[in-house]
Every structure is written in C-alpha cells, then in structure tokens.
Design a protein around this ligand. Structure first.
Ligand SMILES: Cc1cc2nc3c(=O)[nH]c(=O)nc-3n(C[C@H](O)[C@H](O)[C@H](O)COP(=O)(O)OP(=O)(O)OC[C@H]3O[C@@H](n4cnc5c(N)ncnc54)[C@H](O)[C@@H]3O)c2cc1C
Length: 459
C-alpha cells in the first residue's frame, strides 16, 4: 500500500509547516509528518516555554527590587511554581494547538502522525504505510545532547525538555553547561528562588562570544548569587545522601558540587540517526548534520534539509529563513542563498545580549582594517531611567566601506536594538545612515548615533 504526493515534509518545527502551507497553496499535494508535538522544539520545549518562564522570573526579580523604585511588597516574593508552569503551559499549548489546527485545515495538505523513515530517495515509511514523492523536505530538528559522563545513568537529570515541565522549586539546581541554554535556565531558577551552580567545561561562559561579553555576563549572574565553576574537566555524576554530585577537576574550588537536581545543557544533537538516511543515500557530516548546499539541497536530488538538522543555524529564525529560501527558490524561481544571511541571535538573560555579524575575535582573524566603539549602558539615558545599567554597546565598522561588521548589545532592550544595525547591514549601507537618522526619545536606539560618533581604529 503506498500513497503518492507531490511533496513530503518530515517534521513540524519552524520550517516544515510554513513550507507545507506554501506548497499546498500553490496547488501541490503535500503530506506533513510529525512524530511527537506539533511545533517542535521552539513551541514545546525551547523558545516559547523558556521565554514565558523567564518573564515570570523577571517579574519576581523586579518585585524584589521594589524599594529601589519606591514601592513595598509585604512579605517575601515567593513563586507559585504550579502557577508559573500553568502560565507557560497555556502560552506554549496555544501555539502547539495553533500549528496543528492550521495544518489540519489546509487544503491539499495531509497531516500524518508517526515516525518517518526513508525507504528510498523518493519514499518514506510511516506507521507501516509507504508515502512517495518527487520532493522530500527534512525538518527533523534536534534534541538535547546526553554526554557519556561516567555515572550519568545512575542519577536522575533534566534536559530542556523535562525542565520546562517542572512545577516545583529545586533547592539547589546544578546546571552542566554554561552557554545560552544553561545561562537562561540558571538566571531563571535563581530568580525563582533556587540556589544555582553552573558548571562549565571551558575556561569561560558562552565561549563563542568575545571575552569581554563572557566576562560581563558572568559578573551579571554572579551578582545575583549564581555560583560559576569553570574549567570543569572530567565531569562525572554520582548519588549522594543529600542529592546528586557533579564531580569535576577544576583548577580552583572543591572537586565536586552537590545539588538536589541536575540540568544538562551541553549542546544539541540532530535527529538524523533514526531517519533511515542511508537508504536514501543522504550524506551527513561527522556530527550527524545533513550536508546541504547554499540552497539547502542535500547531495540527493529532490531532498532538502531545513532547520537545526542541517547545522547551519540552530535558531528558530534560521529555520524559518531556510523555509523562505527553499519556497522562494522553488515557487518563485528566486535565487536566495543561505550565505546571504547575516548571523544574528539573542541570549535572553536579563539584561539580554543581542548579537549580529562578526565577533571581535572573528574580525581580528580576518585581518581587515576596521573601526570600533564600546559604550557602557550606564551612560545610556533610557537604561538609567529604567534602573537597568548593566552591560554595554559594542559596534565594529569596516575601515573602507564604513559598513557595519558586527555588534554586541548587552543591555536593556539589546535583543531589539541590535536589529537597527542588522537592517542597515542587510542594506549594505554605511554606518552614517544610522548616525544621521533621527530616533525616538527616550530609547536605547536613539543613543546609537552618539555611540557611532566615537568610533576609533580597531585594535
Ligand atoms: C531551551 C531552548 C531555548 C531556545 N530558545 C531559542 C530562542 O530564544 N530563539 C531562537 O531563535 N531559538 C531558540 N532555540 C532554538 C530553536 O528552538 C530551534 O532552533 C528551532 O526550534 C529549530 O527548529 P527546527 O524546525 O529545525 O526543528 P524542531 O523545532 O526541533 O522540530 C523538528 C520536529 O520534527 C519532528 N521529528 C523529528 N524526527 C522525526 C521523524 N523521523 N518523523 C517525524 N517527525 C520527526 C520532531 O518531533 C519535531 O517536532 C531554543 C532551543 C532550546 C532547546
């Protein structure tokens, strides 16, 4: 028994549903397959739940700062974790339901629930049924990496997927991994009221950022009472009477930290190991990411890979951009490419970090002549008014073209403000466009012209 479609989409993450809808609207018959929750990581265990939980944590944090702002809270600020989770469930659940209902309501689109495996380059098997199509789009995403730490199977641990369903307050949460996900959960749980220790294998937090960014973020979270353990080589886990020990060989401090709960946040693994890719002949790299060209085609004609599974992004906006590239190229005879996009993302600590383009380290490596400026948030009016003066604005500009090369805005509104610079980068316009623009007062963005007036040779 086999069914034929014009296109098959595997996975309903951040690229698949929009692509299915666009193809179906263009009159193609489409099958979209989902094995677990509609909407994938972002909707169910990633961006939406974490940002919803962070909003609760930040509200509690601000309430604790009442005296600074001239109000009083009677008694301690205590979180009702069941209510916090219920709020998250409602917001995340609405998105999950919305994706499913949208897909099920699409003309020309058949929704199939089950695990898809390739049978051949043009067919997949789901629930013992064979589906065939000339074009197959893989959008299977990724999952939390479970590292082979000694003792890992002897103790309970959380990943991002189980952590977003916690409805109690861990007494002492030990987070293994001091990068984006670990830091977001760490600050969140500290603000909920847990004791938090972050154990990082590398010499600094968020190792892909410039050192000054890592250092500033470290200071921000340490100031709130989060314990940081760096250079944690040889991590192992073990049971203790009082909880779970995360053992490490650190250059300083005790060789182990004992917490009541452990969260693993040490990276992501693509969901490509159970997809039967060998039967289709689709090539993967040594980390299991599907190899793609600049238009997201795999080595097998008629098969594309979009989103986290291709290793060219790791964000919701990169997965969505993958969909736009594929859809425009296929349906509008466009020539959009992955390499046309500019690297951009945010870290949702409070204050957040908004990033675009090159880091200073990348710029230094490129050897190009450049100008640079770094300005503290403590000298930005809007930040002072809000009482949120931590962080800085950092921008680099090409010495010849005057085009913006990169920016890091660690500070209030950093995730939004950085996009003023991003759009000018896409326009390939010189920084003077931002410098001469009139912005709204009082905002952080209005300060960008002043910051840009202080550019100096990049060292
Ligand atoms: C804690 C956390 C916080 C995050 N925060 C942010 C953020 O703030 N901003 C941001 O941009 N990004 C964030 N991300 C990353 C973002 O969630 C992902 O980049 C994004 O969801 C990737 O989307 P995707 O479409 O590639 O895959 P996914 O969203 O992972 O979807 C893949 C889907 O495919 C399904 N699937 C897999 N295999 C099969 C199969 N064989 N058959 C059928 N179905 C299958 C899965 O069940 C899943 O539903 C976060 C991630 C995490 C973990």
């Amino acid at each position: 028994m086999s069914r034929h479609f014009d296109a098959i989409v595997i996975g309903t993450g951040q690229a698949g549903p929009s692509l299915a809808a666009r193809l179906a609207a263009a009159g193609r018959s489409v099958a979209i397959i989902e094995r677990h929750k509609f909407g994938g990581t972002c909707v169910n265990t990633g961006c939406i739940p974490t940002k919803t939980l962070i909003a609760s944590a930040n509200a509690a944090h601000l309430a604790r700062r009442g005296a600074e702002f001239g109000f009083q809270v009677n008694g301690d600020v205590r979180l009702d974790m069941k209510r916090v989770k219920a709020r998250k469930d409602e917001i995340s659940g609405k998105s999950n339901k919305g994706v499913e209902e949208w897909l099920r309501g699409l003309k020309n689109c058949t929704v199939i629930q089950g695990h898809a495996r390739f049978k051949s380059p043009h067919s997949v098997v789901v629930n013992d049924e064979v589906l065939e199509a000339e074009k197959i789009f893989i959008n299977v995403g990724g999952r939390a990496t479970i590292p082979p730490f000694p003792g890992i199977h002897d103790v309970p641990f959380f990943t991002n997927s189980s952590m977003v369903d916690v409805d109690f307050l861990p007494e002492h949460l030990v987070i293994v991994g001091g990068s984006y996900i670990g830091l977001e959960f760490g600050q969140m749980y500290r603000r909920f009221g847990s004791q938090v220790t972050i154990v990082e294998m590398g010499p600094r937090l968020i190792g892909r950022e410039d050192e000054d960014v890592s250092e500033a973020v470290r200071k921000i979270v340490e100031l709130e009472g989060i314990q940081i353990r760096l250079n944690a080589k040889c991590i192992s886990l073990a049971k203790r009477d009082s909880g779970i020990a995360v053992r490490m060989e650190c250059t300083e401090g005790s060789p182990e930290v004992v917490g009541t709960h452990v969260l693993l946040a040490v990276g992501r693994t693509p969901n490509t190991d159970d997809l039967g890719l060998d039967r289709a002949g689709v090539a993967m790299d040594e980390h299991g990411y599907i190899v793609i060209d600049d238009q997201l085609q795999t080595n097998v004609p008629g098969i594309w890979a979009l989103g986290d599974c291709n290793g060219h992004g790791g964000f919701t906006h990169t997965a969505y951009n993958d969909y736009e590239i594929v859809a425009d190229n296929l349906l509008n005879a466009d020539h959009r490419r992955v390499s046309d996009r500019i690297h951009t993302y945010a870290l949702y600590t409070d204050p957040p970090l908004g990033r675009c383009g090159m880091t200073d380290a990348e710029l230094r490596k490129s050897g190009r002549a450049a100008l640079a400026v770094k300005h503290p948030m403590s000298k930005v009016g809007r930040a002072i008014e809000k009482g949120e003066t931590q962080g800085f604005i950092k921008i680099t500009v090409d010495g010849e073209t005057k085009q913006i090369l990169g920016a890091a805005i660690l500070g209030t509104g950093g995730d939004e403000v950085v996009q003023v610079l991003l759009d000018v980068m896409y326009a390939k316009a010189p920084y003077t466009v931002v410098q001469r623009a009139m912005h709204i007062h009082p905002t952080v963005a209005e300060f960008l012209p002043t910051v840009l007036s202080k550019l100096e040779p990049f060292a």
